[in-house]
Design a protein around this ligand. Structure first.
Ligand SMILES: NC(=O)c1ccc[n+]([C@@H]2O[C@H](COP(=O)([O-])OP(=O)(O)OC[C@H]3O[C@@H](n4cnc5c(N)ncnc54)[C@H](O)[C@@H]3O)[C@@H](O)[C@H]2O)c1
Length: 271
């Protein structure tokens, strides 16, 4: 049972692919807390059909949008405000895709056409979303926009490849747009840096199982789940966090500030 802390709030949720998706859990939690929203994903992802179950459960409309296309983004923002009957209070950007990782190209042999596409989908799309909302004046004052990121934006994780650059750029866009949108309309923009999470995008990263275990053993609280992340998103969409903006917020059970844990040292003993 929710506490209705998002009652009356309207939003857009990007990136629910299947019930493992972080965005899927966020949608369920936002619904539980009284929000109404539009769900969106790339047309090719919508064809899988899984999202229809979520739309039904949360009484949401689905509007297709390939985040790398200006026209799609404009149509989405236009149609979402129309369907929801007014300006928006929150947006979740939960989108990421690396063509070079998908094609298993090593970091020292990247295809740059692929890299451009990766940056466009995973980072520039956050700017495209915010700029489209800005120009259409589609967000209410104190609206909250959240993007999902990973600590590879700050530190090297060898198999994260070009997604590290995408995440650094995403976080930078959150800061810059947070400034401009904050000044103009009191809109807040943040990124959440989430623990590794078993989802479709996550498991595309090489050696992901070992990676999840390592992070879990390093973090004093263990890994944050997709459900935990959904709760954090709800708090950022709510009025309880009105003065939080331009931040990269670690949501990782303490991983980011742990040098080493006894558990991980223990694993090294026999090496
Ligand atoms: N899973 C993890 O370990 C982890 C950790 C930290 C951050 N994140 C981030 O969380 C976000 C959500 O990922 P997830 O783990 O829930 O995986 P996911 O695969 O469920 O979600 C990724 C989504 O991006 C969508 N997408 C890809 N290309 C698109 C396009 N051109 N237009 C519109 N949508 C497009 C996919 O259809 C999918 O719904 C991503 O930004 C990811 O990098 C994930």
């Amino acid at each position: 049972m929710g506490n209705n802390i998002l009652k009356g709030k309207k939003g857009i949720i990007f990136g629910a692919l299947d019930d493992r998706s972080i965005a899927w859990k966020v949608a369920e939690q936002c619904h539980e807390e009284g929000a109404t929203f539009v769900l969106t994903n790339a047309p090719i992802a919508l064809r899988m059909g899984e999202i229809n179950k979520l739309a039904e459960a949360t009484q949401s409309a689905i509007i297709p949008c390939d985040v790398s296309l200006d026209a799609d983004m404009q149509l989405l923002v236009e149609q979402a405000t129309e369907k929801l009957g007014g300006k928006l209070d929150f947006v979740l950007h939960s989108v990421g895709m690396s063509l070079n990782i998908r094609k298993k190209n090593p970091y020292t042999d990247l295809n740059y056409d692929f890299m451009h596409k990766t940056l466009d989908i995973s980072a520039i799309s956050f700017h495209r979303l915010l700029q489209t909302c800005f120009k259409a004046d589609a967000l209410n004052e104190w609206a909250s926009v959240v993007g999902l990121t990973y600590i590879a934006g700050q530190r090297v994780f060898p198999d994260y490849s070009e997604m590290a650059e995408a995440k650094s750029m995403l976080e930078s866009i959150a800061r810059s747009m947070g400034y401009h949108y904050g000044k103009a309309k009191k809109v807040r923009v943040n990124t959440i840096s989430q623990s590794p999470t078993m989802t479709s995008a996550g498991s595309g990263v090489g050696g992901f199982d070992a990676f999840v275990t390592y992070a879990d053993q390093m973090s004093p609280l263990g890994n944050a789940t997709a459900g935990d992340c959904a709760n954090y998103c709800v708090s950022l969409f709510s009025d309880y966090t009105r003065m939080v903006t331009m931040q990269n917020l670690y949501h990782d059970g303490g991983f980011s500030f742990t040098g080493v844990s006894r558990e991980v040292m223990g694993m090294m003993k026999d090496v």
